[in-house]
Design a protein around this ligand. Sequence first.
Ligand code: MIC
Ligand code: SF4
Length: 646
Amino acid sequence: MNVTEKILSAHLVSGELTPGSEIAIKIDQTLTQDATGTMAYLQFESMGIDRVKTELSVSYVDHNTVQVGFENADDHAYLQSIAKRYGIVYSRAGNGICHQLHLERFGKPGKTLIGSDSHTPTGGGIGMVAIGAGGLDVAVAMGGGAFYLAAPRVVNVRLTGKLRAGVSAKDVILKVLERYGSSGNVGKVMEYSGPGVATLDVPSRATITNMGTELGVTTSVFPSDEVTKRFLESQGRGEDWVELVADEDAKYEEVYELDLSTLEPMAACPHNPGNVASIASLAGKKVNQVLIGSCTNSSYRDLKTVALLLKGKKIHPEVSVGVAPGSRQVVMALAAEGLLGELVASGVRILENACGFCIGNHQSPGTNAVSLRTSNRNFEGRSGTKSAQVYLVSPETAAAAALTGYITDPCSLDDIPEVVMPEKFEIDDSMFLYRDTAGQGVQDTEIQRGPNIGTVPVGTPLEAELKAKAAIKVEDKITTDHIMPAGARLKFRSNIPVYAKYVFEPCDPQFHDKTLANKAAGFGNVIIAGDSYGQGSSREHAALCPMYLGVRAIIAKSIERIHNANLINFGIVPFVFDDPAAYDGIDTEDELVFEKLSESIAADGVVTVRNVTKGTSFVAKASLTDRQKAILAAGGLMRFIAGGNA
Ligand code: MIC
Ligand code: SF4
């Protein structure tokens, strides 16, 4: 078996590991973050379960920490009280970014983790099967329920050689993105192996599995070896180590050979992580902003590299440079070595150790500005500035541009440091609360609900025939940032009626009013989309808020994994066109009739859609397991569970 099969088979609750077929797995650990967490816990509360049933559940606060207005702080108070009540470890604002912290303090090789954040696969760097999911799926797992997924097709990325100085893990994942693209990889797991693995420390591996998300795969995983052991020992967690490597005769669907020594610095160019080019081809472009951090590149290894590159030098006068460390541990380690002072002395703006700029919470670039970032997503407008040109690069490339003011090949710099991981990190877990009652909870805790903490709307059962309007028609690669923007709107995550006002804000600001008017006139709403609909985030609000606006179905050329699962969870049918050319024959406002909807979904998922406006018809198909059919028929997962199903 390969590593993926070893972990999955040890956790299999139902099904068989035949690629594409539905399996259910036991979940050992869960994580949530605050932006998806409030909804996940509201859903958990409504399930009436007394305490979490996992080995470990952690609630992180890292996204909404800017606190303009009362909403963020109210969310934190709600999350803290829920954690205390139900036996969840609570990571306070200021502790750091969920994925970095989980890797440092809780991740264990061989275990399963699901998280209500698409970058949960960061845990694959330590040999876990770690998967991003919607908040409702995480709530179910916290209640002891299994997690359902398609058994993956495992692709082997076989690493040989060693990276040159100036080239790092970000360049590896950018190379993989160049090869596989940011769409068309649904249902795959990327499993890394080969002699090159031993040359990568755990944070580097985690950078690769983290940004594997941008391929659209289920997850990415590294073996657990001596390097993993040393990392866990440095975290005072040597006892959590187990060895986990693929058998010699392990089989893979495909093998991609990658010689690390041949790699060069790369960038993902505007406006998609799959739009990869070499730094050499971009060199000389003027840069206005450099931001270093995010769950992809905010480790001790990354920031020490940057600090050593900037040490004793000044940043370019026309570049604004910010550094957001991944965790307190990283900040403390840099401070202890005098490197925080070096960063400040060079002119760097020290930002909070949180998601911050990555989600467009602050640090929006100027009009038409070129921004180099070490984060993982550069979708148009995500930075908060629609006209900005965001390039995703390694910490080394970011530091080089901070010094020169231009995109610069970091291999051309003198004295490129090789950072060695410390033998022991300073451990201070005081910002993790309720570890003593983890798994148990404190029953008489009062749950704190500020005015921004709303309720979760529930879906409606499938109708026999659906009469609907094509409420919007969008192109290929529509991301969840298009559907349900974050940034300035993020603070409404706990309040669906308010947040729903911003559905499709970047594409059609009238969407909210139009859909509610259609709903009032007795029509359902349908979204018409191109390829790879729902790329990016795990945010279930991209399904939940449309559901609230009466969206009953999507018809796309293809739909990405997490979003597809979220749509079903909220009772929205994820159709694909039988013949993609039918996309061209539909316009916004067309009236569509889905004949025999509930009956066809219960049968083969194939529905004839009549376009009343155009006088044409076409075929839409939903590929669903029996369980998914039942969830849709019930009107979403909450109703399905309330009906006594697991
Ligand atoms: C993101 O990077 O887009 C987020 C914000 O972390 C999301 C989660 C969210 O929308 O809250 C993700 O990647 O899942
Ligand atoms: Fe936070 Fe950005 Fe990572 Fe999402 S991608 S978890 S916003 S740091």
